[in-house]
Design a protein around this ligand. Structure first.
Ligand code: FE2
Ligand code: FE2
Length: 198
């Protein structure tokens, strides 16, 4: 079993290889048999850390207090280290399997995958900007007024993308996947998700 490191405890995937045992990413626990529920759990963390970024974004034109620094640091680390694994879970493990199934019942969900992948690329660019400005803020203690404005705008743009993106995944794609994927596919997806977090 992987031991969570103290620094990343809340984002660690606990793995029990070869057995149908609970997998934990963060505070909620789902079984290997429901990888799309694990992906939805990740969405709750994305929303939580976007909220942290939004709160800090109103304060960056003056020196941040300790609490805001820590919140910013944690959110930047999450989007730098954990969120890309979520994108890979979708783009490398879930989406290809849905496309391969060629099932008419999945047609509407499959049509949404390409726009979702496009959202991922737009979000990547915005995350890079947020990370660069956020790290500058932590390094220098504050941002200029112009940098603060760009930081805020990038975070608002991310929130705008994620709002509909997460809704489509949680309400359309994941339920269809949960219904149509074979148990063996679900186990393979969960196994790949676990491997990304070793
Ligand atoms: Fe996504
Ligand atoms: Fe997602």
């Amino acid at each position: 079993m992987n031991q969570p490191s103290p620094r990343s405890r809340s984002f660690t995937l606990w793995v029990y290889p070869g057995r149908s045992m609970p997998v934990q990413i963060g505070s909620k626990t789902h079984s290997f048999s429901e990888p799309t529920a694990l992906l939805s759990d990740c969405h709750r963390r994305i929303e939580m850390f976007l909220g942290s970024l939004q709160r800090v974004a109103g304060l960056t034109d003056r020196p941040l207090n300790n609490e805001s620094q820590q919140a910013l640091e944690a959110a930047l680390r999450y989007f730098r280290e954990a969120a890309p694994k979520h994108t890979a879970d979708e783009e490398e493990s879930l989406f290809p399997r849905l496309r391969q199934m060629n099932n008419p019942e999945l047609e509407s969900a499959i049509r949404k995958l390409e726009p979702l992948e496009h959202d991922h690329r737009r979000a990547d660019t915005l995350h890079a900007e947020v990370d660069r400005l956020g790290r500058a803020c932590l390094h220098r203690g504050a941002l200029s007024a112009d940098e603060s404005r760009r930081f805020r705008e990038a975070i608002l743009a991310l929130m705008d993308i994620y709002k509909e993106h997460i809704r489509i995944e949680d309400e359309d794609v994941f339920p269809a996947a949960g219904k149509m994927l074979a148990p063996s596919d679900k186990a393979a997806i969960a196994g790949e998700m676990a491997a990304r977090r070793k």
